[in-house]
Design a binder for this molecule. Structure first.
Ligand code: NAP
Ligand code: F7E
Length: 341
């Protein structure tokens, strides 16, 4: 039986990947750090599976990572754990780099010394491109990160590639553009929109307060993207791949489609800080500087033609379908927690 270790298993991607690997007959070990409250919602489909096991550990703890990798000798290691929230990386840059830079290196060293036969996947990010001049970004696009998070992911990418080239290890980077789902953390803009919208719909919130509405992102659906991770790890040659839809949309587009999904047309008025989304006479959406970033990534759009051609991967879920699923899920979730279902 094939074995896989997933770091970041409690997160959005880790939980979908655990489900995918269990379906494909793997024994899956999920790295989990101690939390005051359990926070295992994303894992409800896998926790009772006999082929799933949690292992205690943290990307900051080298000796523990060494022991886990030495003892398990996993066929595949997916490093999805990270400090993932871009704004938090300005307030906690050293912590972000400890986990997102040194954390990657700790695992690579453990593989090199104790388990050189393990295949390794590093969760890289489109944030490495930041203030790009390219209309769409591919594997060769110059890195110009705009946040400590982006810088940390650039290091992670480069050190992973360097271990492949220096030691001949089977090491791959997936450079994934934004991908969202019903399991997305509540602070990221897409889920913040769908969850607050559900609150407004049920009368639990009055309005949605956002930052920069004009940033453009290439948003895909997380379950489609974890399939790409597996395909990257199963190509005969280890390599780096962009994973994206090739479409970009503004935050404003996302919000408008989300409101439409529950039958509300937002009418935007004014510009910049005076923007308000109106339904009838009620203000629904406001812009606050509080959510502006010290340095913004204005636009990202990926060119995934290498993954399409070499791996045969392509996104399956449209932007509209994804938004509809997220909105319906959040309305249903809040109705249930409100005792309405
Ligand atoms: P996520 O939902 O925020 O999950 C992050 C995971 O990392 C959680 O399981 C978290 O555990 C774990 N983690 C954080 N710090 C840790 C530490 N010190 N030791 C061990 N585990 C730790 O992230 P995601 O959206 O699934 O993203 C997965 C990976 O892809 C990340 O590396 C992210 O940077 C990268 N990425 C994401 C996107 C995207 O759009 N989603 C795009 C490109 C790249 P807790 O539950 O304990 O917090
Ligand atoms: O912001 C703007 C904000 O926090 C997207 C992570 O998964 O994807 C994610 O990083 C955009 C930015 O994601 C709000 O200024 C406006 O331009 O949803 P986000 P992100 O920063 O793109 C990359 C690929 C990763 O690797 C990361 O781990 O939306 N925005 N108003 C807002 N953003 C937030 N969070 N909240 C707002 O109210």
């Amino acid at each position: 039986m094939k074995t896989a270790l997933i770091t970041g298993v409690t997160g959005q991607d880790g939980s979908y990947l655990a489900e995918l690997l269990l379906k494909r007959g793997y024994r899956v070990y999920g790295l989990n750090r101690r939390k005051a409250l359990a926070g295992m919602d994303n894992l409800k489909n896998v926790l009772n599976n006999n082929n799933f096991e949690m292992v205690e550990g943290d990307l900051s703890e080298e000796s523990r990572l060494n022991a886990i990798i030495r003892d398990l000798q996993p066929n595949e290691i997916y490093n999805l754990a990270a400090q993932t929230f871009v704004p938090y990386s300005w307030t906690n840059p050293l912590y972000t780099c400890n986990i997102n830079c040194l954390g990657v290196l700790r695992i690579l060293e453990a593989i090199r010394i104790y388990s050189p036969g393990s295949r390794f996947y590093q969760a890289s990010s489109s944030e490495i491109f930041g203030k790009t001049k390219e209309k769409s970004q591919n594997e060769m696009t110059y890195h110009y990160p705009r946040s400590p998070y982006g810088c940390s992911k650039s290091f992670g990418f480069n050190i992973a590639r360097n271990y492949r080239e220096s030691y001949g290890l089977f090491v791959c980077n997936g450079i994934l553009f934004n991908h969202e789902s019903e399991r997305r953390g509540l602070e990221f803009v897409t889920r913040k929109i769908t969850h607050t919208l559900a609150e407004i719909e049920l009368g639990l919130s009055e309005k949605l307060i956002l930052g920069n509405l004009n940033a453009r992102r290439d948003w895909g659906y997380a379950p489609d993207y974890v399939k790409a991770m597996w395909m990257i790890m199963h190509h005969k040659k280890p390599d780096d791949y962009i994973v994206s839809t090739g479409e970009d949309h503004t935050i404003r587009d996302f919000a408008e489609l989300a409101f439409k999904a529950v039958g509300i047309d937002i009418r935007w008025e004014g510009e910049g800080l005076n923007e308000k989304g109106l339904a009838g006479n009620k203000v629904l959406v406001e812009v606050s500087k509080k959510y502006y970033r010290p340095a913004e990534v204005d636009i990202l759009k990926g060119n995934a033609s290498k993954a399409r051609k070499i791996l045969g991967w392509k996104p399956e879920t449209t932007f509209e379908e994804m938004i509809k699923r997220m909105v319906e899920h959040d309305v249903d979730l809040l109705k249930r927690s409100n005792g309405e279902n």
